[in-house]
Design a protein around this ligand. Structure first.
Ligand SMILES: NC(=O)c1ccc[n+]([C@@H]2O[C@H](COP(=O)([O-])OP(=O)(O)OC[C@H]3O[C@@H](n4cnc5c(N)ncnc54)[C@H](O)[C@@H]3O)[C@@H](O)[C@H]2O)c1
Length: 429
């Protein structure tokens, strides 16, 4: 006998983890279904109750429009829910191994609250097999219920892109899956009721898990190839962007650009896949090579800047360098796994003094996460070199002259993102 499923009119949703992924999801469901958002971070919950989202993904009006959404940090309040959607972080540890602790903890929370007929859906990015091998056994243990007899599970990966106002939850096609054909249909219909772009029902939970992790792995490897090409072309004295522009005129040439690969997705998710591959005795070659190249780009940028300074006869020890941008990508405050810190760390080995300026990031967060105190407004004419590390719209709007105004006469300007005209800068990737 397969597990019963909630009646359509009695759906009560819980979203566990109200971050970049969980909050927009909870708000979308909260416009249609009674929805409870749960997070262990009491400060975040208090802010959300005031309709303030510090990730800037949701506006006050959008949160107010979710009139059936309430938020709590009290796990006991989850007892009345029958659909549990887990959107907690899945980071890596210092050895680049999956750190499943938040996922395991959230599974315990679900296990304590779920009743017969309940559905547990996971959205966090994982390796193929994690939902059924790691999360489901925890739910069984905590609840005393049996998988697929008493409760069902599913996996529906998220594809949102922080700071992207065009590709939003409702406008991105969503992959769904379930532990039984009935659960898969239920989960697919549930998401289809809020996702305008439609859904794709995968044949199993493992297929859906694998699909998500390869989306980001493919991107990572593609960027690594372009980064490697930029290292080669730099040595050959050829402008990488001009090459990419020319090659891009072919119909099937993919438009990737060189750069730092930060954030908690593209630079992290491939390690979930390589971990699983190694567990089953396969040593991934291409994926890990790509990771190594992408992780080396920050140090490469710093070395190029130092070389440019030396070529101009500028002393590096004690020199002042301004880094424009700390967030992991443009026009968003997200600092997680930013690789701009690799530029800072490498510059520090040359005894260069680095100031960081980023109008998007919360200074307290920069201090807390990276021990960096960003400067609120860099003074004009102070710096020996300027590195445009993140193409926030404010920096692009300054133009090359505006950016150069922070530098002393003859200062080096390096444009990591190729956001300024090539002829106006001294170096770029
Ligand atoms: N941000 C993205 O663009 C994105 C896109 C696709 C997939 N993902 C994946 O989605 C998942 C969530 O990412 P995110 O960006 O929303 O993370 P996040 O760090 O923004 O948010 C996670 C939230 O979960 C809370 N939390 C942590 N442990 C908890 C627990 N045990 N119980 C309840 N709440 C808990 C945290 O306090 C935080 O508010 C990750 O697996 C990530 O890889 C993220």
């Amino acid at each position: 006998m397969t597990a019963p499923l909630p009646d359509k009119n009695e759906i009560r949703i819980a979203v566990i983890g109200l971050g970049y992924v969980g909050l927009p999801l909870a708000a979308a469901f909260g416009r249609k279904y009674p929805t409870l958002g749960f997070d262990i971070d009491a400060t975040r919950v208090a802010e959300l109750r005031r309709h303030h989202d510090q990730t800037l993904e949701m506006t006050e009006a959008e949160l107010q429009a979710a009139d059936q959404l309430s938020c709590t940090d009290d796990a006991a309040a989850l007892a009345g829910c029958n659909v549990f959607i887990v959107t907690v972080p899945t980071p890596i540890d210092g050895y680049k191994r999956p750190d499943l602790r938040p996922l395991e903890s959230a599974s315990r929370t679900v296990g304590k609250a779920i009743r017969r007929g309940g559905v547990a859906i996971f959205e966090s990015t994982v390796y193929p097999g994690a939902t059924e091998e790691v999360c489901v056994p925890i739910i069984e243990r905590e609840s005393g219920l049996s998988f697929n007899t008493d409760f069902s599970a599913g996996y529906s990966p998220e594809r949102i892109n922080p700071g992207d106002k065009e590709h939003r939850l409702e406008t991105i096609l969503k992959v769904t899956s379930g532990s039984t054909p009935e659960a898969a249909d239920f989960i697919d219909a549930l998401y289809a009721s809020i996702i305008h772009a439609g859904t794709h029902k995968a044949s199993s939970i493992r297929v859906a898990e694998a699909a998500k992790v390869i989306e980001n792995t493919q991107r990572d490897v593609n960027i690594a190839l372009i980064n490697e090409l930029s290292l080669i072309f730099h040595r050959l004295g050829i402008d990488t962007h001009e090459v990419l522009e020319a090659a891009g005129t072919k119909w099937n040439f993919l438009p990737f650009r060189p750069g730092l690969v930060g954030g908690h997705c593209i630079g992290v998710d491939p390690y979930y896949l390589t971990h699983k591959a190694q567990e089953i005795g396969y040593h991934p070659e291409v994926i890990l090579a790509g990771r190594r190249i992408n992780d080396s780009m920050g140090a490469h940028v710093a070395q190029r800047v130092v070389k440019l300074m030396q070529q101009r006869g500028l002393r590096t020890a004690g020199a002042k360098v301004l880094l424009l941008g700390l967030a992991f990508k443009e026009n968003c405050p997200d600092l997680r796994n930013t690789r701009v810190t690799d530029i800072i760390d490498e510059l520090a080995t040359y005894n260069v003094e680095v100031d960081v300026h980023d109008p998007w990031v919360a200074p307290a967060q920069a201090r807390h996460e990276y021990d960096i105190d960003p400067v609120a407004q860099p003074a004009a004419g102070q710096y020996d070199a300027i590195v445009l590390a993140v193409a926030h719209r404010e920096f692009v709007a300054l133009g090359a002259d505006g950016v150069r105004a922070f530098g002393k006469p003859g200062a080096v300007l390096f444009d990591v993102k190729r956001a300024l005209p090539r002829a106006s800068v001294d170096g770029c990737l």
